[in-house]
Design a protein around this ligand. Structure first.
Ligand SMILES: *Cc1c(COP(=O)(O)O)cnc(C)c1O
Length: 368
């Protein structure tokens, strides 16, 4: 049988860059700067320019980008944050870390991102929502036009989680990370822009917010050894990771184009009444994950495995059903989310997947 097709392969992704990344490491080693040095500063400027925003503040990972981002918007005990429940607890964990209350919003059945309709229902209840976290899940921009209109009407701040959507853009060319008051990114190795360790960032057009974030990521210092801000910590991107990211950023659009091409082939060539692939996307989709739906998931995954094709589930447990909540959300019903969690399957999708491998995945889907 031919070789196993993995869901993702970091070695295939990094191998072509190996020599250059060794050189990048050597340069950092001999530079004498290892934390908050010239590479971090340059990467922040380059990534802000790429996203089309004024400011980028790098931090240690995407989870802290979310949490510090919320803190910079004043989220604390007593505040409420609306969030989807199908994004692996990332946003919810940040809300809980701030001591605030998560309000779960159902998703759109096609895009799997927050349903503006479901959000509006929650907003028209008497309780005030302070921030809405919009996750561009699987690399798909959420319906930002509708959510921005609701933001103007109801007065909440939009915080985008762009950990799966680096470079996704709308028809006007506006990119993920530029639609809300602020946005978080992760540079975990498997992300569309991923380094060789942990990394994260917050983007914003608000200079005051950016200064607050620069204080929060460094112990809450307003100047050296002067702690004025509560909620601070050590959360810094290091020079080595920043230098790797600077080398990779110019390649991101090419990687995304290849991901989109793979996804378009799947969307147009998978033709099996038992499988619902997402519709072929435009530039608002950077195909971080290619996720289909089927009512007989276990059998489908067994069939793929028998055909030498890896698959995964992103993500199997909706946030409100996670054990840490006990019975707190027992009466909450978000049926589209719950339904999706039971039907989703992730197919192999990464830039280095070959045309032959794509064909093998399509054939296996159509044979099932
Ligand atoms: C990966 C991810 C995060 C968390 O990023 P880390 O760098 O792993 O902390 C947050 N949100 C989403 C949607 C993610 O995919």
């Amino acid at each position: 049988m031919s070789a196993e097709i993995p869901v993702n392969s970091l070695s295939r992704h990094i191998d072509p860059l190996h020599q250059e990344l060794v050189q990048v490491s050597a340069d950092v080693l001999s530079s004498g700067h290892y934390v908050l040095g010239p590479n971090v500063k340059a990467f922040e400027q380059e990534f802000a320019a790429y996203c089309g925003v004024a400011e980028c503040v790098s931090v240690a990972n995407g989870t802290e980008a979310l949490e510090l981002g919320l803190r910079s918007l004043g989220i604390c005990p007593g505040k409420t944050v609306a969030v989807v429940a199908n994004a692996a607890m990332y946003g919810t964990t940040a809300v809980l870390s701030c001591g605030a209350e998560p309000i779960f919003v159902d998703i759109d059945p096609v895009t799997h991102t927050m349903s503006p309709h479901a959000l509006e229902k929650i907003l028209s209840a008497p309780r005030h929502i302070d921030v809405v976290i919009v996750t561009h899940l699987y690399g798909q921009l959420a319906d930002m036009e509708a959510i921005q209109a609701l933001s103007s009407q109801y007065g909440f701040a939009i915080f985008e989680d762009c950990a799966q959507a680096h470079g996704a853009r709308n028809a006007a060319g506006e990119k993920a990370g530029s639609f809300g008051r602020a946005a978080s990114f992760s540079f975990y190795p498997t992300k569309n822009l991923g380094t060789l360790g942990d990394g994260g960032a917050i983007t914003t057009n608000d200079g005051d917010l950016a200064s607050r974030l620069r204080q929060l990521r460094q112990y809450g210092w307003t100047s050296k050894y002067r702690n004025e801000l509560a909620g601070g910590r050590n959360s810094r991107l290091d020079e080595l990771q920043a230098a790797f990211l600077r080398r990779m950023l110019p390649l991101l659009d090419g990687w995304n184009a290849r991901r989109r091409k793979i996804a378009t082939r799947y969307s147009t060539e998978i033709s099996n009444p038992k499988i619902t692939p997402p519709p072929a996307g435009g530039e608002d989709f950077v195909a971080h994950l290619f996720v289909i739906k089927t009512e007989n998931r276990d059998d489908f995954q067994r069939h793929l495995a028998a055909s030498g094709i890896g698959s995964d589930i992103h993500y199997p447990i909706p946030d409100h059903r996670q054990l840490l909540f006990g019975d707190r959300f027992d009466s909450l019903q978000i049926p589209v989310t719950e339904n999706a969690c039971e039907q989703i399957v992730t197919l192999p999708c990464f830039p280095e997947l070959t045309d032959e491998e794509i064909t093998r995945v399509v054939d296996a889907c159509n044979r099932w």
